[in-house]
Design a protein around this ligand. Structure first.
Ligand code: PMP
Length: 391
């Protein structure tokens, strides 16, 4: 049996054993409803409060600015719709990058149907938004700007601080999807100057199905879930105490080891990039997430490469796991100017703290061998096709 090599950490990460251990008592020992006033409830809410404090500390926010959600999708949906709706007296125009995650894009589409106007910022061929395009897009009636901190498909890191400062000059609320950034790119909401920021625990070695939205004090947002009074009456529902504890523990650990993890990921990336040759091009630029590499293998179909890799025990993806079931070509690579054929030849590899240099070396060897074979097959196929035409 070949050892499997997991290179899809942008899709999700394994939950740290230590994080899991911290969560376990909150399933059936400390099982009270965190909103109950008796002892069992008080024990649970104490754990929820501790997690809220550690998340706030990690983001340089205050605990009253942290709202628990079910993950990145919910945080993004809520931020975009809730902020636009609650502040629509300023206007109904929104600015977003064209490479946002579907969780943001989907929410924007809903708003568009409800009469909002959206301006999508272009990106250059390396996946970066320009400050000039932000300046040009903002209007008097712009209510919200949403630009992701790190792109999940190509890893580009956007200049959020500069973007936020331009937006604030026009009184525009700023949200950033920092789901891929947390644990790898330092996040300081005060320094970044954002009003809202989304994170999701399963991207930083925490459990799935739990996330948070940072919302700057004083910012108005429409309620998300109506019912109980949890989360300051904005998101009702019994607290998922074990998951909240897990997210708090995971983010604390991630922030503590961020320098070491970044260094490790950078060394893996550097080694992995020895793959690039005349047939392989990097989709992305210099200033990017050290664990995300998107490569374009000319002459190779990504679906064929991915299944051949899977048979060799190497797990990667064609881009976002959220859209991997769809046949639509990546909107991120399209926005970066890649043609359909180039998009269908692109594969995302994303490294995690558990990957080793030995694994990367093996992956590089396997990828080189497979692409050489698949590229040759592709050429043969072309010849056959033209031969057929001549018949
Ligand atoms: N935003 C980004 C940038 C992501 O990568 C993801 C996860 N693919 C999400 C949002 C959605 O997060 P979740 O899976 O927690 O809903």
């Amino acid at each position: 049996m070949k050892e499997r090599i997991y290179l899809d950490h942008a899709a999700t990460t394994p939950t740290d054993e230590a994080v899991l251990r911290e969560m376990i008592p909150y399933f059936s020992e400390v099982y009270g409803n965190a909103s109950s006033t008796h002892r069992a409830g008080r024990d649970a809410v104490a754990a929820v409060d501790r997690a809220r404090e550690s998340i706030a500390r990690a983001l340089h926010a205050s605990p009253s600015e942290i709202y628990f959600t079910s993950g990145g999708t919910e945080s993004d949906n809520w931020a975009v719709r809730g902020l636009a709706e609650a502040n629509s007296e300023k206007g109904r125009h929104i600015v977003a990058s064209s490479i946002e995650h579907p969780a943001v894009l989907g929410a924007l589409k809903k708003l568009e149907k409800a009469g909002y106007e959206i301006t999508y910022l272009p990106v250059n061929d390396q996946g970066y938004v320009s400050l000039e395009s932000v300046r040009q897009a903002l209007r008097e009636d712009t209510v919200l700007l949403t630009v992701m901190t790190v792109n999940n498909e190509v890893g580009s890191i956007q200049p959020i601080r500069e973007i936020a400062s331009i937006a604030h000059e026009k009184g525009v609320i700023v949200h950033t999807d920092a789901v891929q950034a947390a644990g790898v790119v330092p996040l300081d909401v005060r320094e970044m100057g954002v009003d809202a920021l989304s994170i999701s625990a399963h991207k930083f070695y925490g459990p799935k199905g739990i996330g948070a939205l940072y919302l700057r004090k004083g910012r108005k947002i429409a309620p998300l879930l109506i019912g109980g009074e949890q989360e300051r009456n904005l998101r009702g529902g019994t607290y998922n105490t074990p998951a909240i504890v897990g997210m708090g523990a995971a983010l604390e650990r991630a922030v503590f080891s961020i320098t070491e993890v970044r260094r490790h990921l950078s060394s893996l990336k550097e080694r992995f990039l020895t793959l690039t040759d005349d047939y392989v091009r990097l989709n992305g630029g210099e200033y990017s997430h050290p664990g995300i590499v998107n490569l374009l293998f000319y002459g190779v179909r990504n679906d064929e490469l991915l299944s051949a890799l899977d048979r060799e025990g190497i797990e990667a993806s064609a881009g976002s796991a959220c859209s991997s079931g769809s046949t639509e070509p990546s909107h991120v690579l399209a926005a970066m100017g890649r043609g359909e054929g180039e998009i269908k030849s692109s594969v995302r590899f994303s490294f995690g703290k558990g990957n080793t240099l030995e694994e990367i070396d093996r992956a590089v060897d396997v990828i080189k061998a497979l692409t050489a074979r698949l590229r040759k097959d592709a050429d043969l196929f072309k010849i056959n096709e033209s031969k057929k035409k001549n018949l």
